[in-house]
Design a binder for this molecule. Structure first.
Ligand code: GUN
Length: 310
């Protein structure tokens, strides 16, 4: 069997097109486009790429994107002051602070920053009020990556209700909210992590397997039930040619990409899983574009809700 490849780029384009009339209607009524403030602290290379892609996609979709950069030496106080300014702004409907933050900001800094964002502008869905509402099944702003995964499954005709979904990874950003969303759609959900005994055999019970651990090629064939749908959330830049060659084999186009750029982005799912899975999301071109499309959708939803409140 060779897995059907789920085209995240095409699904994300559908979502963006569907949001376009809403963006135009908001801009006509409000006299300004929906506004998104993106905050990047420091120079983490992966975050630079994500933020650039988010800002570019936002601009193309007709949003006003305000990219605010702080140096790696900025204090947590500087960052919180910026967040408070964006909270008070009338032009910013959505606020996103890219994580991870520099280690120098201290342990727990990300959570303190997410706690400080106005929940009505929290387009990441990370504020405790929005997390609580998500758990209760009444969230307005849901985390972008997990809601993008649900959109992908729905738009690819993959049934969620009554199936067994296994999520590998328990992060606040993906694993935990992913489990909640799958549960709300009537899946039976297992969440596993680094301390789960016999991880491959637990994962192999999943009709739907979501890998969100950030370890390139970690999910091998033995983790996958034949015919399962495998969603790869991993996007780790790999800078070691030997690792790329070991994963993708001699003569792979990935090695040419590596030669050009000195790194390639690799998912959590080993390429050989394509021989076992029924459907599979690629990296790149799978979950990543969905995360961005859902961010745009959340920004529009936040803008519309703010204008309704007046
Ligand atoms: N870092 C990796 N993914 C995300 C995300 O979805 N939102 C934010 N703010 N930071 C991230």
């Amino acid at each position: 069997m060779t897995a059907r490849v789920i085209d995240g780029t095409a699904i994300a384009a559908e979502i963006r097109s569907a949001a376009m009339p809403g963006v135009e209607a908001f801009a006509r009524a409000a006299g300004r486009p929906p506004g998104l403030g993106i905050v990047l602290v420091g120079e983490n290379p992966a975050s630079e790429v994500y933020v650039r892609n988010k800002a570019k996609a936002g601009g193309n979709a007709g949003l006003w994107v305000d990219l605010q950069r702080l140096p790696a030496t900025a204090s947590l106080g500087d960052l919180l002051a910026l967040v408070h300014r964006l909270n008070r702004s009338d032009q910013h409907d959505g606020i996103l602070v890219q994580s991870p933050l520099p280690d120098a900001m201290g342990k727990g800094a990300s959570q303190r920053v997410f706690d400080a964002i106005d929940p009505d502008k929290d387009v990441d869905g990370f504020h405790p009020v929005n997390v609580g509402k998500l758990v209760q099944g009444r969230a307005h702003l849901k985390p972008c990556t997990p809601s993008g995964v649900i959109e992908m499954l729905d738009r690819s005709g993959i049934t969620i209700g009554g199936r067994h979904a296994v999520v590998i990874g328990r992060s606040e950003i993906v694993g935990k909210p992913m489990a909640m969303l799958l549960l709300q759609r009537d899946a039976t959900v297992t969440v596993c992590h680094s301390k789960t005994p016999d991880l491959p055999s637990v994962a192999a019970r999943g009709d739907i397997l979501v890998a969100a651990i950030g370890r390139p090629g970690f999910v091998t064939r033995d983790f996958v039930k034949p015919g399962a749908t495998v969603i790869d959330v991993g996007t780790t830049p790999v800078r070691d040619r030997a690792v790329v060659e070991q994963l993708f084999g001699h003569g792979s186009p990935r090695l040419e990409a590596f030669a050009k750029r000195g790194s390639v982005v690799v998912g959590d799912v080993h390429p050989a899983v394509a021989e076992v899975a029924g459907a599979l999301t690629p990296v790149p071109g799978g979950v990543g574009p969905l995360t961005i499309a859902l961010l745009l959708k959340n920004t529009l939803a936040a803008a519309e809700a703010r204008s309704r409140r007046g």
